[in-house]
Design a binder for this molecule. Sequence first.
Ligand code: ATP
Ligand code: MG
Length: 519
Amino acid sequence: MIDVSAIGKKIVETINKIDENEKERSCGQIIYSGDGIIRIAGLRDVRYNELLEVRGGYHALALNLEEDCVGAVVFSGEDKISYGDLVYSTGKTVQMKVGEELLGRIVNPLGDPMDGLAPLQTQKTRPVEYPAPSIMERGKVNKPLQTGILAIDSMIPIGRGQRELIIGDRQTGKTAIAVDTILNQKGENVICIYVSIGQKASSLAKIITTLRNAGAMAYTCVVCSTADDAVPLQYLAPYSGCALAEYFMYQGKDVLIVYDDLSKHAVAYRTMSLLLKRPAGREAYPGDVFYLHSRLLERSAKLSEQSGGGSITALPIVETLAGDISAYIPTNVISITDGQIYLENELFNSGVRPAVNVGLSVSRVGGSAQRPAIRQISGQLRVNLAQYRELAIFMQFGSDLDSETQKSLSRGAKMTDTLKQRQYLNYSVQDMVILLIISQSDLVDKIPEKKMTAFCEGLLDYIHVNQADLSASIDPDQKVSDSLRQTILKVAEDYINCSMGDDAEACSAAGAGSAVGAV
Ligand code: ATP
Ligand code: MG
């Protein structure tokens, strides 16, 4: 027997359900499709930045709300979408998948895994665009974020919740600084997010391999968009990364996020805007390109204790052309961030790596978060280096130098050599204290020219092996006492005598390492 009434009931139920869905979804038709842009006629009640659904399962983002049509950019399948296709509104903005599960994974800006591993199980999402924390929600930046790079931690300290720009020409070690900083967060309870925007896939693969080999993926998520990804995905990547960072920040955790790099982000936005036929302004960027980056970077914050105390530290990267930091995008981002690390091509090529230009680099809020021990001994460093540079420029024309000037020049050169640091060689705070004390003492006069970098590495090896107690006795949160300073100098002097004297072999046998021979 067929139960007609039950079938009738089911039909009515289904129709009611369809009605409910359709009430929220308006529908329109594509009247133009090309270059990843679609124009839709007849689509009503669409909001700016709303996610649209194109027939066939593709997604688009509504960006231009015009009188007779809606302009949108498609995320994928632009070659499959054609004139006349139906487009539905969704009533939602773009969402990014979030959760602890994303740590150790490589995802695209929509939260889909790109590493070929298992699909993500998380049901949690966050909108990619979200208002920045208000003034009352924010706290003071008071905890340091150690990069492990001596030149930065001593002179341009970064605090948790700060936004510090890394700026420089191509191939000057910008990414290297960001990656070293991520590696240095091992055991520091900081979650790291690396956002790649429009980079070459090969460079990105290299970075991911580095992070994997160093065991840093355990606390890192990579949000990737490569140069061959659709422009809207490149545009979305930093906002998606930031949404993930916010998920952790609002749980009271500390997060470090790297945007590599925002110049390519601005270019992606420019491409979209020009294709959408928005008016072009300076350097052909649209008028709201400042807002593009300010709304992103303002979301990095240190929350007050009442709001949970979490933080997002942002390291945006911007590439300059021929060192021109007064171009449009560099000046914009410089004015948004709390300081910049300026990397210089000439320094990089002359072997000063990391190629930090100390004169043009600043940290506007990190000073109050600097470790007291380092703050105490690095106070004069910046001034001394500036004086050395001035003297060096002046003296390159002179031939006869008095002994006092020669000594100053030699000391300055050795100071610069101390700040040279290999990639992936991160110093602990104790190591930094030791190097800073020695490089500013009279002891440096005993070290031959050009051997300073090798001496520093050798000395640290020696101390790690033979003088572990000395390292342990340095408390980064206390000022360095006079007696401790004397002990450090004594150990360094012993090492110099030992490595430069006749008993070099004996010292080397004691564990001073290979660098002894170099001194
Ligand atoms: P791009 O503009 O292509 O993104 P970049 O400015 O990010 O370049 P990196 O890729 O970080 O530069 O570095 C450029 C090269 O310099 C790399 O081969 C890297 O290994 C080398 N390098 C970076 N930092 C150091 C360092 N401290 N010591 C030695 N080599 C370094
Ligand atoms: Mg790079």
